[in-house]
Ligand binder design. Structure first.
Ligand SMILES: [Zn+2]
Length: 152
């Protein structure tokens, strides 16, 4: 059992070296591309307890690759959330692709809607809502849920 645990710890704490990697003056493995360490030392106490003095860490190019991957995943998740909200918010599928660029300029309330969208961070921070109402085809009026809001 102990040998199994030791083997597992050794496996977890082993760093895979690429051909261009090298050992630095501090004895740690360095990335041959970005020249930053791919390993770090444990504290002396931890190293004594584990019987192993180092663990893998990200070099700069691994970190950059991970951050780029995470940003892409975050962007994808955001797009999926937006699509889900459009699907639930607009019963007519054609409306899901409407943007201000599709506006024909006939409804003066569009400027207020645009202001609301362009000021979204402030609106969200101050918990300001925006509501359209009216019969079909009438051109919706605009209401603000907070009377202090001046609009555009
Ligand atoms: Zn690197």
């Amino acid at each position: 059992m102990r040998n199994g645990i030791e083997a597992m710890i050794t496996d977890i704490t082993a760093t895979t070296a690429e051909a261009e990697d090298y050992t630095g003056e501090d004895g740690l493995l360095y990335c041959g591309k970005c020249h930053t360490p791919k390993e770090a030392y444990f504290s002396k106490e931890t190293a004594q307890w584990l019987g192993h003095d180092r663990h893998p860490t990200e070099c700069d190019c691994q970190r950059a690759a991970r951050e780029k991957r995470e940003a892409a995943e975050s962007r994808q998740k955001h797009l999926e959330t937006v699509e889900d909200l459009k699907r639930r918010g607009f019963t007519d599928p054609a409306m899901r692709n409407w943007t201000f660029e599709h506006d024909n300029g006939r409804n003066p309330q569009t400027a207020t809607a645009r202001f609301y969208v362009e000021s979204w961070e402030t609106m969200q921070a101050e918990n300001i809502g925006y509501l359209f109402w009216g019969g079909v085809g009438t051109g919706k009026s605009v209401s603000r849920l907070f009377p202090s809001w001046k609009g555009a």
